[in-house]
Design a protein around this ligand. Structure first.
Ligand SMILES: Nc1nc2c(ncn2[C@@H]2O[C@H](COP(=O)(O)OP(=O)(O)OP(=O)(O)O)[C@@H](O)[C@H]2O)c(=O)[nH]1
Ligand SMILES: [Mg+2]
Ligand SMILES: [Zn+2]
Length: 328
């Protein structure tokens, strides 16, 4: 029987079968997907084939459901757990878009993190939107920083919005909620970001009830405490039509710290930074890495403020990863 993986706990999976029932499934220890070395071979969003096995011990019959096959993925989002680790981690499979939740403060989301995530979305051809959360907590300076960041990412071509998930959850600001709703309706969206940025709070706000637990930010470090520990897909029942309801799915995931990119060749990294790629067409050398070559149009654009320094630094940091993995 075929089904959709809607929750992954690491040791087992909840699969929504085509007949609408949810079953708990396992995978055999040697289960691997060709070509991908990952801590989780099966991810939320995967379509899988499940086989049930009955075993009888004395007079009790137990049924174990095994995931025996994974259907080819339309796409997936993958990262290295840490920069030094060799293992990769698939955040979700078969998504229509990624909503990256970021906060200018409480906690601070770094631009390197944002850019590494966006570069991965480019590499796997997944649409990304940036949701700046917790605007109710920001000082005037931080609000100015927020405006600058939004302008930067909009100029590159990424849609951005700013919200206060907690106010959405607590109040009846219907109009803003319906704007937000339209972003998620009819699509499968992966919610990701650092711990504590408000992914689960946003999910609860969208559903208008507590679907999942949220956690406090630590007083000492102003960081999240990894409240969500499993990835889970939720179905937006409030979507306008029956057809939209079936297709509106949101995947809440555990917060992640670093975002190590995977399998990037050095010469393709610039392809994943739209504005760097565009400027690079005018470099003197066709194989310019935009690091120290003469006649580099990218470096020139950075010097003239046409490309943001933060973006260029993120680009360099990913190039650094590439050389690192070469020597492993
Ligand atoms: N002031 C304010 N607090 C918020 C907002 N959104 C979330 N929070 C708070 O931030 C804390 C963390 O929120 P969560 O939704 O648990 O964060 P998360 O991204 O799901 O975190 P992990 O599950 O650890 O990855 C909670 O105390 C929320 O109430 C917001 O817009 N404004
Ligand atoms: Mg959470
Ligand atoms: Zn160049």
């Amino acid at each position: 029987m075929r089904g959709l993986v809607i929750k992954s706990t690491g040791s087992s999976y909840i699969v929504r079968m085509d007949d609408g029932t949810n079953v708990e499934c396992h995978i055999k220890g040697n289960f691997r997907i060709r070509g991908i070395r990952s801590t989780n071979p099966v991810a939320v969003g995967d379509y899988v084939i499940v086989e049930s096995q009955k075993s009888k011990v004395e007079s009790t019959v137990t049924v174990t459901n095994w995931i025996t096959e994974i259907e080819d993925r339309k796409n997936y989002i993958i990262r290295k757990s840490t920069n030094l680790s060799k293992e990769s981690h698939i955040l979700a499979a078969n998504v229509d878009q990624v909503a990256l939740i970021v906060t200018v403060n409480h906690p601070v989301t770094s631009t390197t993190f944002i850019d590494r995530f966006l570069a991965t979305c480019e590499a796997y051809r997944v649409r990304a939107i940036l949701i700046f959360n917790k605007i109710d907590l920001l000082t005037e300076d931080e609000l100015a920083q927020l405006a600058e960041l939004r302008a930067l990412y909009e100029s590159i071509g990424y849609p951005t919005i700013e919200i206060s998930a907690i106010s959405l959850q607590n109040s009846e600001v219907r109009s803003q909620k319906s704007d937000l709703f339209s972003l998620f309706e009819g699509k499968t969206t992966l919610l990701s970001g650092n711990s504590g940025v408000g992914k689960s709070t946003l999910l609860n706000a969208l559903f208008g009830k507590e679907m999942t637990r949220t956690g406090k930010i630590s007083d000492a470090h102003d960081k999240g405490m990894h409240t969500t520990t499993f990835s889970e897909m939720y179905f937006l029942e409030e979507a306008k039509s029956q057809e939209l309801r079936a297709k509106s799915r949101i995947i809440d995931t555990p917060g992640i710290k670093g975002f190590g990119t995977i399998d990037f060749q050095k010469d393709e990294v610039s392809h994943y930074f739209r504005e760097i790629f565009a400027a690079g067409r005018d470099c003197r050398f066709g194989n310019c890495t935009h690091t120290n070559e003469p006649g580099c149009a990218v470096i020139e654009a950075v010097e003239h403020g046409e490309i943001a320094i933060s973006r260029y630094e993120s680009y360099l940091s990913i190039l650094g990863d590439c050389s690192e993995s070469k020597y492993r």
